[in-house]
Write a protein that binds this ligand. Structure first.
Ligand code: SF4
Length: 273
């Protein structure tokens, strides 16, 4: 039976929202349906800053893409970020804390140059927003950090991570995300990307995958199955919890039954995209 809370759904999914649902359906509800605010984190903000510097770096002539140039972009990009999100500055108790945080960002940029030479790259796209409709009607959305196209036409999808490379047992989340991008590109361009590359600036680790069409079909089927689960959950009005070590990073413990809380009433119109 359809819940009175269920609304006509515009089926759309991004990799991060799909990962939220896999982690915990109630977390997905808090983020996507209730749209509850979350505390900004210094680590996430540093990731945004480093991504912005790398994006800007590739706008410059190839021969100028040196470590010195990247470091010179850091503070101007921080100023832009701080202007766009004034609450960012409140993350730092004092100038010393801010300086240490900026220094960590410099370290990540320095490690990037140990991993590849941007002077020899000419990406086709950076921070590319993709939105692709699958045959089922589900729309996939997401931002791809970088797409390189070799002279042979082979496509490489690059995703920067500002953390350390995970233990193989915990690689699934990042692998799922980059396969999600690969499915979008495959459906958009009709071509299977030759390489999917995760670059972990936290420790210099690189993971890559060279998928074939069967693997992308399987990834697409997995995405559709997640969407069907989200849809069924939204229609039931019951959003189960999934307690894990990741609860330690959840901003919503006070509202979570696992921690003695009570979720707020569902909004009259449930939107899950
Ligand atoms: S605290 Fe854990 S179980 Fe509760 S909503 Fe957050 S992630 Fe889910």
């Amino acid at each position: 039976m359809t819940s009175p809370h269920a609304a006509p759904l515009v089926p759309a999914l991004s990799p991060s929202r799909a990962s939220d649902f896999l982690q915990c359906p109630l977390l997905f509800r808090f983020r996507v349906v209730d749209r509850l605010p979350e505390k900004p984190s210094a680590a996430a903000l540093r990731g945004t800053l480093v991504h912005a510097v790398l994006e800007r770096l590739f706008e410059l002539p190839a021969e100028t893409r040196t470590p010195r140039t990247a470091l010179s972009l850091l503070e101007p990009q921080w100023e832009r970020l701080r202007t766009a999100r004034p609450e960012s500055a409140e993350l730092f108790a004092d100038d010393a804390e801010l300086a240490a945080w900026l220094q960590e960002a410099r370290t990540l940029l320095g490690r990037y140059f140990e991993m590849e030479q941007p002077q020899h790259l000419e990406p086709r796209d950076r921070e590319l927003r993709l939105e692709v409709a699958l045959e089922s009607g589900l729309r996939l959305r997401g931002y791809v950090d970088r797409i390189d196209v070799a002279p042979t036409g082979r496509i490489r999808v690059v995703d920067y991570k500002t953390g350390k490379s995970p233990h193989p047992r915990f690689e699934d989340k990042a692998k799922f995300q980059i396969f999600f991008y690969a499915v979008m590109l495959w459906r958009e361009l009709g071509e299977v990307p030759a390489r999917l590359q995760l670059m972990y600036l936290g420790d210099g680790g690189v993971r890559w995958y060279e998928p074939d069409e069967a693997e992308l079909r399987a990834a697409e089927a997995e995405i559709l199955a997640i969407w069907r689960d989200i849809d069924a959950t939204a229609r039931s009005g019951v959003w189960p919890t999934r307690r894990s070590k990741l609860c330690g990073w959840c901003d919503h413990q006070a509202l979570c039954p696992e921690f003695g809380g009570t979720p707020p009433p569902l909004p009259a119109t449930v939107r899950v995209y």
